[in-house]
Structures are given as C-alpha cells and as structure tokens.
Ligand binder design. Sequence first.
Ligand code: 5GP
Length: 189
Amino acid sequence: MNNNKGLIVCISGPSGAGKGTVLGKVAERFPEMGSSISVTTRAPRGEEQDGVEYYFRTKEQFEAMIESGEILEYDTYVGNYYGTPRAHIENLCESGTDCLVDLTVKGSIALKDHFGDNALTIFLMPPSLEVLEERLRNRGTETEEKIRQRLAQARGEMKSKDRFDNIVINDKLEDAVNEVIELIENKKR
Ligand code: 5GP
C-alpha cells in the first residue's frame, strides 16, 4: 500500500470470538485511527445511544437509505439490518485517515471489494465452537434463542474465513491483539 489514502481495517469473526475486546485494544494502540458508526435496525441495548454506538433506525428508514445509496454495504444479522454509511468512511479513506471497523463477514468482503488494496480484512477466530458457545453464555446478555441464532451465524461465518486477507486465532487475548497490530503495521509499511 503506497498511496496517501487511509487504510480501512475490517475485522470480522463470530460474535463471542472476542472481537469487541480485541478491537478496543487495537484502537488504544492506534489512537489516531478513525471509526465508522454503523446504522442498525436493532433496538439499543443497555446504555447505548443513538449516534454513539450506532445510528438506530427503523426498517423503513434503513431501506430508504439503501435505496438512496447512503449505505455503502449492509447485511442482515440475527433478524436486523446493519450497514456502513458511505460518506464518512469514503472521506476517511480519501483524506488519508486509517479506520477500524467491526463487520459481518459479508460486510468485510464488500469493503474489500470497494476499497481494494486500501482495505485489510482480518478474520478473528475463536479457538473452537465450544469455546465460542461458552463465551457467549458467560456474557449473560443474550436470551437462549439469541445465543442459538448467534451460534448458527458463527458456523456459517467460519466457512468464509479463507476469503479474508488474514486469519487470527483469539486463544490468548494479548497474542491476538499483538498479531492484529503487526498485520496493520506491516500493511502500512
Ligand atoms: P451487535 O448487535 O452485537 O452490536 O452487532 C452484531 C454484528 O453486526 C457484529 O458482529 C458486527 O460485526 C456487525 N456489524 C455492526 N455494524 C455493521 C455494519 O455496518 N455492517 C455489517 N455488515 N456488519 C455490521
């Protein structure tokens, strides 16, 4: 990568693979990195606020945004839409600001198609599906039905891991974080 554009780092992996924690640590290491606030039709959880964690919209509003081209990529996940607003992430890339995003597999593949060599896709794998299930249950934030749906989604997502630029196994958190940091640094060299 040798242009003046920003690098769009896309991280995917089954829910419960520790994605959120790894992303938080990676973001700490690169404080200058930008981020993209996604649009979703799911309801806010806990203290989540509109415009902070997500833009919370109705299905009708979301579909109007797809129609108008405001959404660069989108996917459905456990019954809801999630999508990346086009303008902000394109501006980040054009203005040379790197950006870190957490997306479904389909989302990362779409951003790779769109940004090409200015995107780096990383698939974060849990050590096993059993560990994944245990982590999801220990989180205690989801109903049994939601856990089941997330596990089904995870099984499907694992099949696409080879379409990513890199695969990182999140066995020990610190090792996974360091691996992701190294991949980003190498890409930017
Ligand atoms: P959660 O409901 O736990 O906040 O997010 C569920 C999933 O949606 C996560 O695995 C996350 O990667 C994915 N996601 C969040 N925002 C986007 C987005 O803009 N596009 C796509 N494709 N996936 C997203």
